[in-house]
Design a protein around this ligand. Structure first.
Ligand SMILES: Cc1cc2nc3c(=O)[nH]c(=O)nc-3n(C[C@H](O)[C@H](O)[C@H](O)COP(=O)(O)O)c2cc1C
Length: 131
């Protein structure tokens, strides 16, 4: 259904990066740190965007990245790693920030210390996206 996938992530201590790599291993696609030069979104059918939970929302560099991009017509799948708080406002805030997106799927939350064991949860979430 989604042929061309882009997996964007921001990660400070490596948890979100690891989850991004697991997504790429599961469904393929191009993996990019949000600090890399921004690609042309129109070349992708599905854009994953991953962030750590910082103070109950997405990390500041992710908010800045999203606010600086044009999401018109994009399909977005957010994912998050977190501590004790869980997803908190991360999914809702990403959905609100991706203005003009065609669709923003419900976010995948994974506790940072549990990323290595998140294979089944990831598989279920990917299935919910139709992958
Ligand atoms: C500055 C800062 C704020 C954080 N705030 C929260 C929070 O509000 N809720 C929560 O569940 N985890 C919070 N965490 C924990 C991180 O979301 C968690 O460790 C995450 O897996 C880190 O991802 P990373 O390794 O990709 O940077 C915070 C971590 C940092 C460094």
């Amino acid at each position: 259904m989604y042929d061309k996938k882009l997996i964007l992530y921001y990660s400070e201590s490596g948890n979100t990066k690891k989850l991004a790599e697991m997504i790429q291993a599961a469904v393929g696609g191009e993996l990019r740190d949000i600090k890399d030069p921004k690609p042309d979104f129109s070349a992708y059918d599905l854009i994953f965007i991953g962030t750590p939970n910082h103070a109950a929302t997405m990390a500041k560099p992710v908010k800045e990245f999203i606010d600086g991009a044009d999401w018109t017509g994009c399909t977005v799948a957010p994912f998050c790693t977190h501590g004790m708080g869980g997803l908190q406002n991360v999914g809702d805030d990403i959905t609100a920030a991706c203005k003009g997106a065609k669709k923003v799927f419900p976010a995948l939350p994974v506790k940072g210390v549990d990323v290595d064991a998140a294979g089944d949860k990831l598989k279920d979430w990917l299935a919910s996206l139709g992958l």
